[in-house]
Design a protein around this ligand. Structure first.
Ligand code: ZN
Length: 306
């Protein structure tokens, strides 16, 4: 039977059974919110094949993306954006959705730091922080001083120096807007979601490795003889970095690349560039650029549609 790549349930079941053969049982399973992989793990437990009951966690990066996109496409939120035209409001909402997601993540990170990783204290405090954040975006910082980690009220407001929103950004203050903001913030900081992201895990490494594997073993080429070798080389390259990996592999085969030779320098250079690029992608400047690029692309497609 041909299985679809998207059939996560079957694949997860097969992987888990494979692990079971090596006497490994899964306790924590990190997935997307819409994944059926957890159902597979749960079924294996219910069928009595696995003894350990699995617990499902949400991938924090996908969750943040999901929250950001949810805010970005929220029609009611669009209406309350403080701008004069619909186009400007949409632009502002795009920026606001990025800022809101970062605010939630920042509050959470600072809370964990403050309580030295004590989840129950963090959860308790964050339940008050949700209101502080909502009020903060409406220009009321009274709660920030007590319940926010990222905003110090008027002395050091969260929006001061933020790359996505102006310092003067303010959603008009009323109960409907408060509820609206609260609803958005609870998608990341609500108590159930906090439980499901308690261990702060994501699947970035897995996805990074998958990309690398696909590069080494493209689906349009069949590597009859060295398929497993290429797969192992991909794993090695991800762990060590592309330059260091080749140096290590050569050294293991007793054909060391002489230090100072042009090949050696080139490989070191590749290694350095990869890490610089990685760092750059995590920087604020890059994210701002991405937002601007996204905005100009939207304009471009709109112009095409005209
Ligand atoms: Zn504030």
């Amino acid at each position: 039977m041909v299985k679809s790549i998207g059939d996560e349930y079957t694949w997860a079941r097969e992987c888990l059974l494979d692990l079971k053969e090596d006497a490994i049982e899964i306790e924590h399973l990190v997935t997307d919110a819409d994944s059926s992989a957890y159902k597979a793990a749960l079924d294996l437990h219910n069928e009595g094949i696995n003894n350990v009951e699995p617990e499902n966690f949400l991938d924090t990066r996908h969750l943040s993306d999901h929250v950001r996109k949810g805010a970005k496409s929220d029609k009611t939120l669009l209406k309350v954006m403080p701008a004069t035209t619909k186009l400007k409001r949409q632009k502002l909402l795009n920026n606001f959705s990025v800022d809101l997601t970062e605010r939630c993540n920042k509050e959470l990170a600072l809370a964990y730091k403050f309580y030295a990783g004590d989840f129950f204290k963090v959860k308790n405090k964050i339940s008050h922080t949700v209101d502080a954040i909502a009020n903060c975006y409406m220009g009321n910082h009274a709660r920030c001083r007590k319940n926010s980690f990222a905003c110090k009220g008027f002395q050091g407001s969260w929006l001061k120096g933020r790359p996505f929103l102006q310092n003067t950004f303010k959603i008009s203050s009323n109960n409907e807007n408060l509820d609206l903001l609260r609803k958005q913030i609870n998608k990341r900081l609500g108590s159930k979601v906090l439980d499901k992201t308690r261990l702060n895990m994501n699947t970035n490494f897995v996805e990074g490795f998958n990309r690398s594997l696909r590069r080494s073993l493209p689906s349009n080429v069949t590597f009859k003889k060295n398929m497993s070798g290429r797969a192992h080389a991909a794993a090695h390259s991800v762990n060590y970095g592309p330059g260091e990996s080749i140096l290590e592999l050569c050294s293991a085969l007793h054909c060391d690349i002489p230090v100072g030779s042009s090949a050696y320098k080139a490989l070191k250079n590749i290694q350095k560039l990869t890490f610089c690029r990685k760092k750059h992608k995590q920087s604020v400047n890059y994210k701002v650029f991405e937002v601007k690029k996204g905005a100009s692309y939207t304009n471009y497609t709109k112009n095409l549609a005209k």
